[in-house]
Design a protein around this ligand. Structure first.
Ligand code: NAP
Ligand code: GLV
Length: 309
C-alpha cells in the first residue's frame, strides 16, 4: 500500500513520523521521488501540480491536507471518479475559532483606533457598544462557521450565519441562499468569511456586497484570497464604507512585497495561519479514512466535486 505525499507549503518531515507510527504498513513516497506511479494507491496533497493526480493510474483516494479542496479541484486534469476527502480536524476548528474571536474582539473594541492614538500619544475614550449590540455575520454555516458562531454567541455577540441551503442548528440564527444574502449583510457590522472557494463564491467580497453592509462595517476574511476583490476593498476603505479589514488569505501567497495591503493602516495582515494543519491531530483522521476505504466503509468528509466543496 503506497501513499504519495505532495505539499507545496508543508514538509514531509512534519508528517512522516506520524504516518509511520500510526500505519507502518503504508509506504510514503514523497514527490517527486514517487517510483512507479502505478503503485500509488492514495494521494495526500496540498496544491498538487496540475496533471500529477491524473498520472497515477491506480489512484483510489485523494486526501486533502487542508479543510478546503479548491487547490485540488482547480486541476483541469483531475481524474474523474476518484473520491476526494477533505480534512475536518477539531484542533483546526478550535484554532479557526480562536482566530475569529481574536479579530472580532479587536474590531469590536476598536483596537486599531486605540493603537493609532497611542502612536500619537492621544488619550481619548471612544464610544463603545456592548457585544449584544454588535451584529456579526458569518458567511459559511459549515464546520468552521458553526463553531466560531457558537463561541461568539457565548461571548454575547448578535451572531447570524449564512449557508447555501436552509438549515436549522440549535442556538444559531441561519440565513440561506441568494435571497437571504442582503438580509444577512444588512445586520452585519462585522462580516466574517468562512466559505469554501467555488465558482459561486469567488469574488463574493466585492463592492456590491460591501454596499449592503452597515456603513463603517469591518471585514474578516479567513477563507480564501479569491473570495475578495482587492480593489473593491481598497475603495471601500478609502470611502469609509468599510472601517477595517483583517485578511489571512490572499490571491497570491505569500502576499507580494509592495502590495498595498501590507502597509494599509486599516488592514491587518496575517500569513494564512488562522487554522494551520497540525500533523499530530490530522494524521489519525487522514489514516482513518484510508482504513475506511480499505474496509469498504463509508468515507468521512467526502467532497462533491460538482458542488465544489
Ligand atoms: P464546510 O463545512 O464545507 O462549510 C462550508 C459552508 O459554506 C457551508 O455552510 C455551505 O453551505 C456554505 N456554502 C458553500 N457554498 C455556498 C454558496 N454558494 N452560498 C452560500 N453558502 C455556501 O467548510 P469548512 O470546514 O467550514 O471550511 C470553510 C473554508 O475555510 C474552507 O473551504 C477553506 O477554504 C477555509 N479554511 C481556511 C483556513 C485558514 O487557515 N485560513 C483553514 C481552514 C479552512 P451549506 O451548509 O448549505 O452546504
Ligand atoms: C487551509 O487553508 C485549509 O483549507 O485547511
Amino acid at each position: 500500500m503506497a501513499l504519495l505525499f505532495r505539499s507545496s507549503v508543508d514538509s514531509e518531515a512534519r508528517w512522516k513520523p506520524h504516518l509511520a507510527r500510526l500505519m507502518p504498513e503504508l509506504e510514503v513516497r514523497i514527490w517527486p521521488e514517487i517510483g512507479d506511479p502505478a503503485e500509488i494507491d492514495y494521494a495526500l496533497v496540498w496544491r498538487p501540480e496540475p496533471g500529477l493526480l491524473a498520472s497515477l493510474p491506480n489512484l483510489k483516494l485523494i486526501l486533502s491536507l487542508g479543510a478546503g479542496v479548491d487547490h485540488i479541484l482547480i486541476d483541469p486534469h483531475l481524474p474523474g471518479g476518484v473520491p476526494i476527502v477533505r480534512l475536518v480536524d477539531p484542533y483546526m476548528t478550535d484554532a479557526m475559532s480562536e482566530y475569529v474571536i481574536l479579530q472580532v474582539l479587536r474590531l469590536h473594541r476598536q483596537d486599531l483606533d486605540y493603537r493609532a492614538r497611542q502612536e500619537s500619544g492621544i488619550w481619548l475614550e471612544l464610544d463603545q457598544k456592548n457585544a449584544a449590540e454588535r451584529g456579526v455575520g458569518i458567511l459559511g454555516f459549515g464546520e468552521l462557521g458553526q463553531d466560531a458562531g457558537r463561541k461568539l454567541k457565548g461571548l454575547g455577540f448578535d451572531v447570524a450565519l449564512w449557508g447555501r441551503r436552509p438549515k436549522t442548528v440549535e442556538g444559531l440564527r441561519g440565513y440561506a441562499g441568494t435571497t437571504d444574502f442582503s438580509a444577512l449583510l444588512g445586520r452585519s457590522e462585522i462580516l466574517v468569511c468562512l466559505l469554501p472557494l467555488t465558482p459561486e463564491t469567488e469574488g463574493i467580497l466585492n463592492a456590491s456586497t460591501f454596499a449592503m453592509l452597515p456603513k463603517g462595517a469591518a471585514l474578516i476574511n479567513a477563507a480564501r484570497g479569491a473570495h475578495l476583490v482587492d480593489e473593491d476593498l481598497l475603495a471601500a476603505l478609502a470611502s469609509s464604507r468599510l472601517s477595517a479589514a483583517v485578511l489571512d488569505v490572499f490571491h497570491d501567497e505569500p502576499l507580494p512585497a509592495g502590495h498595498p495591503f501590507w502597509r494599509h493602516p486599516r488592514i491587518i495582515v496575517t500569513p494564512h495561519i488562522a487554522a494551520a494543519t497540525h500533523p499530530p491531530t490530522a494524521a489519525p483522521i487522514i489514516l482513518d479514512n484510508i482504513r475506511r476505504f480499505e474496509a469498504g466503509r463509508p468515507l468521512l468528509n467526502q467532497v462533491d466535486p460538482a458542488q465544489g466543496y
